[in-house]
Ligand binder design. Structure first.
Ligand code: SF4
Ligand code: SF4
Ligand SMILES: [Zn+2]
Length: 155
């Protein structure tokens, strides 16, 4: 597996998450997110869903806490997920669909064991077409331009 840390237990590719990118890429983007969210830079941190430390934002995630309480690794193992009855996952899915990310499709890929290929596709998708460096989903890109090279970004 390429980098298991970035495989979100809810189906998110953590490499495209605003918190992960701001923490890892630092500089201009970290400042933008800090200002937009009115959050101190030292609080913006996450190592990815499968590598969480106590200081990671993901450790406070209610889905991660729920998964732990139920003993599941992924939401796709949960009967409430199957029944579309979990407001936590349904709400999260709706937010990500705006950026053309289908968490259910992602969880199916993960469940089918295609994690390595899925991660490679995500790395390819969530990067700047100009400089090739990683980026968050467009909806979380405050200025809609690559903070590495400055090129304007569109859908
Ligand atoms: S907060 Fe952390 S665990 Fe949650 S999606 Fe972002 S990187 Fe992944
Ligand atoms: S109840 Fe929701 S958040 Fe909890 S494991 Fe099931 S689908 Fe995931
Ligand atoms: Zn770029």
């Amino acid at each position: 597996m390429a980098n298991n840390a970035l495989v979100g237990r809810c189906g998110i590719y953590c490499g495209s998450c605003v918190l992960y990118r701001a923490y890892k890429d630092e500089g201009e983007y970290l400042q933008q997110v800090s200002e937009a969210w009115e959050m101190p830079v030292e609080k913006i941190r996450c190592e990815g869903c499968h590598a969480l430390t106590v200081n990671c934002a993901g450790s406070k995630c209610r889905i991660v806490k729920c998964l732990a309480s139920k003993g599941f690794e992924y939401c796709s193992e949960c009967p409430e997920y199957e029944a579309h009855a979990c407001e936590k996952h349904e709400g999260l899915s709706k937010r990500w669909v705006v950026d053309n990310v289908d968490l259910r499709v992602n969880l199916e890929r993960i469940k089918a064991g295609a994690v390595g290929n899925w991660l490679k596709e995500c790395q390819e998708r969530f990067r700047c077409t100009e400089c090739g460096k990683p980026l968050p989903v467009l909806g979380w890109n405050v200025k809609k331009r690559c903070y590495h090279c400055g090129v304007e970004l569109s859908e």
